[in-house]
Design a protein around this ligand. Structure first.
Ligand SMILES: [Zn+2]
Length: 124
């Protein structure tokens, strides 16, 4: 991978990181919202649950983005963490925070090996 390409992905990932961080901050408010009204309480519980699920997913994604930036910094970015093959540029363009090539990702989706948290984030 060329320096130009790496810088492009770095910019992409930095932008995504900032976006996710803002989203997570804003949504913390929704997740803990409370009401005295019993009827609203039922609806809010559902909304809270949904908000918390989204929060979880975005927190996982943010973690993957941070790890990808760390791999850019240490020079291992673009190489599959599992089989150490190059990850295709097409895949990196679609999922720039991915740590695995498509083949390993598909295997993981089927069998869920060790780094399953990252796998789930990748699918988001
Ligand atoms: Zn692989």
């Amino acid at each position: 991978m060329t320096t130009t390409e790496r810088n492009k992905y770095k910019e992409l990932l930095e932008a995504r990181k900032a976006e996710l961080a803002v989203g997570l901050r804003n949504r913390e408010g929704i997740a803990i919202e409370k009401t005295a009204d019993a009827l609203d309480e039922v609806q809010l519980a559902g909304e809270r649950e949904l908000a918390i699920r989204n929060l979880d997913r975005e927190a996982n994604l943010l973690r993957s983005v941070r790890l990808a930036l760390a791999r850019i910094a240490d020079g291992s970015y673009g190489t599959c963490l599992h089989c150490e093959e190059d990850i295709s540029t097409k895949r990196l363009a679609a999922v720039p925070w991915t740590a695995y090539c498509l083949k390993c990702q598909e295997a993981a989706d089927r069998h869920q090996f060790e780094d399953s948290v990252e796998m789930l984030a990748d699918a988001a």
